[in-house]
Design a protein around this ligand. Structure first.
Ligand code: SF4
Length: 332
């Protein structure tokens, strides 16, 4: 464990964590909502510091990132804990638990992680993923700093539920963000994931303002976030606030964890894909095998530039600078 960077002491041995917008007030001996930040003797500790539950070399497309070093491999690391309570979480066994309750954690130092990443030829960097990396903040930041000094790329796969100050400190070290935008309604955020939408929108705007690579994933759940009016509002917000070239992945939901609603129909997914494509240049479909929504086409000349099949990526339509080989338009 390690002392947390963002908290303040309150009366009666309570403390307030200031890492994410929950701003939990935590009594002595208790954890915050994420289950991995604990008040020990009126100091806040990151209990999952250095505790690793998953290490894999993954295709970058799995994050999902389609416009950041396509076809390459990234060393992916994760721990336990999350500051959200998504009823549809696919990784709930690791996200909705604590260090004490999860017996399969292994200790690593930031140096160990960076060494594993640099030892693998062809690996572009490190992705903080599987559970929410915000609640692993101190460990992630230390790895990211070290990784940057070794010319590795850092990728954060996140729900974007982080306060502005810790985000600002982290920003110089993160090269690309894959953000889950769960829905575009405060009610959904409150009822289904136990959080708020507004801070997520602010994080997205901050990432964009710093010119970091950003791709957004929106999991479509029937009856909960597939209303076309609200969906159009979300697409227009992305276009107006983040830009027409923001990459959007629409992902198919399957029942899991506490959610029993039937899977998203492919026809609904394609309908929303077409709506999004009217306003954004790069929209993809995930968790589904379809003709549409897999490949990258140049938005100027319309020609195929990246052909994807599963995690196999054929880059024969694009040059090393990310330009379309047919018309020279900069794509990546
Ligand atoms: S990081 Fe954890 S303890 Fe801190 S405010 Fe968020 S949920 Fe609460």
């Amino acid at each position: 464990m390690k002392k947390s960077q963002y908290f303040k002491k309150l009366n009666n041995e309570k403390i307030q964590c200031q890492l994410c917008p929950h701003n939990c007030i935590i009594n002595k001996g208790k954890n915050g909502i994420c289950r991995v930040r604990k008040n020990i003797s009126s100091e806040l500790y990151s209990m999952n510091y250095g505790k690793v539950c998953s290490l894999h070399f993954d295709p970058i497309e799995k994050k999902p990132l389609y416009h950041f070093y396509p076809g390459r491999t990234i060393f992916s690391v994760g721990s336990v804990g999350c500051n959200l309570r998504c009823k549809f979480c696919q990784n709930w066994e690791i996200s909705q638990t604590s260090v004490e309750d999860y017996p399969y954690l292994t200790d690593y130092s930031p140096e160990d992680i960076v060494k594993l990443a640099t030892d693998e030829s062809g690996n572009i960097g490190i992705a903080y993923t599987y559970n929410e990396p915000t609640v692993w903040y101190e460990f992630m930041l230390e790895i990211a700093r070290l990784a940057k000094s070794k010319n590795l790329k850092n990728v954060m796969v996140t729900n974007a539920y982080i306060n502005p100050e810790p985000l600002e400190e982290l920003m110089p070290f993160i090269d690309a963000f894959s953000v889950d935008l769960k829905a575009f309604s405060e009610n959904f955020y409150k009822e289904i994931v136990s959080a708020q939408l507004e801070p997520v929108k602010n994080t997205l705007k901050s990432i964009n303002k710093k010119n970091k690579h950003l791709e957004i994933t929106n999991l479509i759940i029937p009856g909960l976030n597939d209303d076309e009016k609200v969906f159009k509002k979300m697409i227009n917000w992305i276009k107006d606030e983040l830009g027409v070239n923001t990459v959007l992945h629409l992902s198919r939901y399957y029942p899991t964890y506490k959610m029993t609603i039937e899977s998203t129909s492919v026809s609904k997914l394609i309908k929303l894909f077409k709506i999004a494509k009217e306003h954004l240049n790069f929209v993809y479909l995930g968790n589904v095998r379809t003709q549409e929504g897999q490949n990258t086409y140049c938005y100027k000349c319309g020609k195929l530039v990246i052909n994807r099949f599963g995690y196999t990526t054929d880059l024969s339509g694009i040059d090393d600078d990310g330009k379309c080989l047919h018309c020279g338009n900069k794509i990546l």
